[in-house]
Design a protein around this ligand. Sequence first.
Ligand SMILES: Cc1cc2nc3c(=O)[nH]c(=O)nc-3n(C[C@H](O)[C@H](O)[C@H](O)COP(=O)(O)OP(=O)(O)OC[C@H]3O[C@@H](n4cnc5c(N)ncnc54)[C@H](O)[C@@H]3O)c2cc1C
Length: 594
Amino acid sequence: MLSARCPNLYRALHTASLRPSAIKLLQVQSLPLKHAPSRDTSTSKRTATQKLTATSTHSIMSKRASYERSEIGHTTTKRAKQVDENLPYDQLQEALGAQDEVKHVTKVAHWFHPKDLRIQDNTALHHASELAQSSKKPLICVYVNCPADESWHGTSPARVDFMCEGLKIMQKELNHLNIPLVFLECEDRKKIVPTVIDWFKEQNVSHVFGNFEYEIDELRRDIKLVKESGNGIQVSIYHDQTIVEPGTMLTGSGKPMKVFTPYHKTWLSILKEQPQLLDTSPVPAANPSSFKEELKDLFDSPAPKPAKDKQFSSEGERKRIRKLWPAGHAAGSKRMDAFLQKIDNYAATRSNPAKDSTSRMSAYFSAGMISMREVVQKVADYNHGSTDFTESSAKNGVYSWVREIVFRELYRQTTMCTPHTSMNMPQNLKFDFVQWEDDEEGWEKWYKGTTGEPFIDAGMRQLHHEAYMHNRLRMNVSSYLYCNLLLDYRRGERYFAETLIDWDLSNNTQGWEPSYTVFNPVSQAERNDPDGDYIRKWVPELANVKGKAVFAPYARLSSEEFEKLGYPKPHVDWKKTKARCMERFKRDMHDAEP
Ligand SMILES: Cc1cc2nc3c(=O)[nH]c(=O)nc-3n(C[C@H](O)[C@H](O)[C@H](O)COP(=O)(O)OP(=O)(O)OC[C@H]3O[C@@H](n4cnc5c(N)ncnc54)[C@H](O)[C@@H]3O)c2cc1C
């Protein structure tokens, strides 16, 4: 079982098959009051790098100063097991199946969520459109803007802005089709469902469509929607986030697969046999122009703006992030086309962060600005029209990239079938018993990128500057946080959520799943950033350090040379803290309560 022997599946596979060691890297945004990062406002004596780091940290971080229950608080292992035994997904399916059919169509509504922000190949929207067309009734769209929900989840300012920009684009696209997109404001996340139901009733909507979100809160939201909508409204929910439906890939004993290798193998054979899984749906058909007058009050709904605690700290930052991550389907599609020009090199270069050779599509996937079907169809077109993505048939780059998509698909199945993983609980519940340290100095150095470990600091500084971090660094900074600093991994997980533009609960919780593998930041850097270019780019204090000293300047330079750099010495001794971590895990981990 994955959870027993190998909790961090992704890391274990990449460690075992590609590299002997690896590390993780992360960032944090919201902290308990006592953990609140100190905000150094004096910039006069900083070096160029320090300015970059401090400014970026300040600007991307949330303005909130305390952790709440939602942030790193969590339930008991006993409760976690109970939740797993009575899946919210099954409850939702049951509620959907128990609805009376509503035969008379009055109006059809599609409810957009933060993970399906596109009108192209949107499964539920497509079905909504078909019903509207066949019954000759209007299609209307809605999005509930609930800043409290974003704060609860820790959504970063970069991601909130990205979504707001995406919503504006969609509203315009839909307007051209005479379909209104209405934004409802909701202050309290518990009132999302009543708010939207009141609106459906007010608008005389008979049929509501939406796509599944697999996290526990969102499944519970939809259960409430179905149960409280009443007899006059029929709710339909579709799978849209993945190519192969979560929950359908089962082991011989009928349980959802958890282990990557068999999941991957089965996934590849399904795709090979069923290329139609990549079929895409058209954009919704236009409402007849006659409806425009009837619906006119719905067309001028002002698009949401980031809430106070989700704003960029400066115009400069907004411009920088928007330039790096232009919102919308067209931008995502263009980026994917550009990536296909270099996908052949992906297998060879993907782990070298200096090469920047990955697709950088994650922000578009996490907000659903482009569908996985559309993107993988592009890859199939490149693959001579074939959906055979097996290692023996596809080019290395294609095989490797699709393999990452399969991780993403498996992680959605895990979120759906192991709901406790969206409750701030590790997948391997034994890790919940680990007694974490309270090293606040280490914490502050970690998120500021001043640990004295160049590879770690480079990753954290990239995160602050780009609201993004290369996967190899995510692996390294996370390992450093919970293994070497022995800080609760949930703090890092939360920091990532509040900082990344591509935050995605399934990928993030699985990426942060604690593991026994302790990455060595020096050997990781030597292996993956062999010329030290990535470190020199993000840690300018080390820009002029020659040769291998850049990977461990404190150990490899004379004390005079090191002093001149203005770079901190390592906060911890890697070997000693690795040993401490192993002892602690061994001492504390035990079976969860029955
Ligand atoms: C600690 C940690 C936290 C992470 N948090 C997130 C997160 O919040 N959001 C997120 O999208 N990814 C997360 N990842 C996974 C991965 O780091 C990013 O998806 C990847 O770096 C995004 O860059 P890319 O789009 O260029 O990826 P590419 O290498 O081009 O890969 C293509 C796509 O495959 C998927 N993918 C790639 N690597 C992984 C992976 N390890 N696990 C699951 N899916 C993957 C992503 O959707 C990605 O966009 C995390 C990984 C770790 C180790």
